[in-house]
Ligand binder design. Structure first.
Ligand SMILES: *[C@@H]1O[C@H](CO)[C@@H](O)[C@H](O)[C@H]1NC(C)=O
Ligand SMILES: *[C@@H]1O[C@H](CO)[C@@H](O)[C@H](O)[C@H]1NC(C)=O
Ligand SMILES: *[C@@H]1O[C@H](CO)[C@@H](O)[C@H](O)[C@H]1NC(C)=O
Ligand SMILES: *[C@@H]1O[C@H](CO)[C@@H](O)[C@H](O)[C@H]1NC(C)=O
Ligand SMILES: *[C@@H]1O[C@H](CO)[C@@H](O)[C@H](O)[C@H]1NC(C)=O
Ligand SMILES: *[C@@H]1O[C@H](CO)[C@@H](O)[C@H](O)[C@H]1NC(C)=O
Ligand SMILES: CC(=O)N[C@H]1CO[C@H](CO)[C@@H](O)[C@@H]1O
Length: 272
C-alpha cells in the first residue's frame, strides 16, 4: 500500500467528510440516475448561492440536495427508491452546519434557535401554518429506503414552504401514486431514481424563506443493463390543484420556462 499523502492523512485522522461539496456528482453519485452507466444529475445552477450537498447523517450519505442559500430553500433533492418501507416520521429537524460555517463537521446538525444567514431554521416556519404554509419535504418519508434515511429527510435543507392542503392533498396522492407505480413496474433490484424540486415564487415567509410557486417530481428506473425502463414527470402549483403527469421532456420544457434557463432532470439523457 502506498503511504497516504498529507491531505488524505489529515482527512483520515479527522474522520472528516464533507456534506457541502464542490461536485455532488463525484462525492455521492449513487443518488443520480445512471442510464448506460453515465451518472446524469439534474442541471446544477452555477451561481455562488447554489450549494451541492451530499446529505449525511451518522456517517452515511442518504440523498443529495442542490440548495439555494439566497432563497433559503432547496432547488431539488435526488434519491434512490427501493420500495415502500413504512418508515416512521421523526420530528427532530436538522440544519446543514457547513452552509454557515465552512469549518463545521460534515454531518447535518441540530436545528438552531437563531436565524442563520444561509439557510432556513425551524423558527422561520413557526406559526406559518396559520397562513396556509408548512415545511414540505422534497425527499419524503414515504419514499425513504430506511429509517435512517427517513430521519435524514428531516433537514430544513430538504424542505420548502408548501401549501398545507396541497401537502396533505394532491401532492401526497402523487407521492403515493409514484411509489405504487414503481413497486409495480420497477422491481426493487432495478435501479430507481427520483428527483423532487421546487420553483421559487414571488413571495417569502417572514421575509426570510422563499415560497415556491410549483413543486415537481420525476422518476426514472433502469433495467439490469442500465437501459431506461420507465420514466415520468409531475408538476403542480403550490396549491391543491391537480398535479400534471407528463413525460420527462415535457417536464423539462415546463421547468426551463419556469426557471428561465434550460433545465434538464436526468442530465438531458431521457428523450421521453
Ligand atoms: C462534476 O463531475 C462530473 C463527473 O466527474 C463532471 O462531468 C462535471 O463536469 C463536474 N461538474 C462541474 C461543475 O465541475
Ligand atoms: C444515529 O444512529 C443511532 C443508532 O442507530 C441512533 O440512535 C441515532 O438516533 C441516530 N442519529 C440520528 C440523528 O438519527
Ligand atoms: C431516528 O430518530 C429517532 C428519534 O431521534 C431515533 O430514536 C432513532 O434511533 C433514529 N433511527 C435511526 C435508524 O437512526
Ligand atoms: C402517469 O401517466 C402514465 C401514462 O399515461 C401512466 O402510465 C401512469 O400510471 C401515470 N401515473 C404514474 C404515477 O406514473
Ligand atoms: C439484480 O441486479 C444485479 C446487477 O444488475 C444482477 O446481477 C442480479 O442477478 C439481479 N438479481 C435478480 C434477482 O434479478
Ligand atoms: C392553498 O391551496 C388551497 C386549495 O387550492 C387554496 O384555497 C388556498 O388559497 C391555498 N393557500 C394559500 C396560502 O395560497
Ligand atoms: C427490464 C429488466 O431488466 N428488469 C429486471 C428488473 O429486475 C428483475 C429482478 O430483480 C429482473 O427479473 C428484470 O429482468
Amino acid at each position: 500500500m502506498k503511504p497516504l499523502t498529507p491531505v488524505l492523512l489529515l482527512l483520515a485522522l479527522s474522520g472528516c467528510s464533507s456534506s457541502v461539496v464542490p461536485n455532488f456528482t463525484q462525492t455521492c453519485p449513487q443518488f443520480f440516475a445512471n442510464p448506460d452507466g453515465i451518472v446524469s444529475p439534474p442541471t446544477v445552477f452555477q451561481r455562488q448561492n447554489y450549494k451541492q450537498i451530499c446529505q449525511m447523517q451518522n456517517n452515511t450519505y442518504e440523498f443529495a440536495t442542490l440548495y439555494d442559500t439566497a432563497n433559503r430553500i432547496p432547488v431539488y433533492s435526488a434519491y434512490k427508491f427501493e420500495g415502500i418501507m413504512g418508515c416512521k416520521r421523526k420530528t427532530n429537524w436538522h440544519i446543514e452546519p457547513q452552509l454557515d460555517n465552512s469549518a463545521a463537521g460534515g454531518r447535518m446538525g441540530p436545528d438552531r434557535k437563531i436565524a442563520l444567514p444561509n439557510q432556513a431554521v425551524k423558527a422561520d416556519y413557526t406559526g406559518t401554518s396559520n397562513h396556509g404554509y408548512e415545511k414540505g419535504h422534497l425527499a419524503p418519508v414515504y419514499h425513504a429506503r430506511s429509517q435512517s434515511c427517513s430521519n435524514a429527510t428531516f433537514t430544513l435543507t430538504n424542505a420548502a414552504p408548501q401549501n398545507c392542503s396541497f401537502n396533505h392533498g394532491k401532492w401526497e396522492t402523487t407521492e403515493i401514486a409514484v411509489a405504487n407505480y414503481l413497486v409495480k413496474n420497477c422491481s426493487p433490484n432495478n435501479s430507481t431514481f427520483i428527483v423532487t424540486g421546487v420553483v421559487p415564487g414571488p413571495k417569502k415567509l417572514k421575509n426570510r424563506v422563499r415560497i415556491p410557486s410549483h413543486f415537481w417530481t420525476a422518476f426514472c428506473c433502469l433495467d439490469n443493463n442500465l437501459k431506461v425502463k420507465a420514466s415520468r414527470g409531475f408538476l403542480g402549483k403550490n396549491k391543491n390543484d391537480p398535479v400534471q403527469n407528463m413525460t420527462i421532456s415535457n417536464l423539462e420544457g415546463e421547468l426551463s420556462n419556469l426557471y428561465g434557463t434550460v433545465f434538464s432532470v436526468f442530465g438531458g439523457r431521457l428523450a421521453s
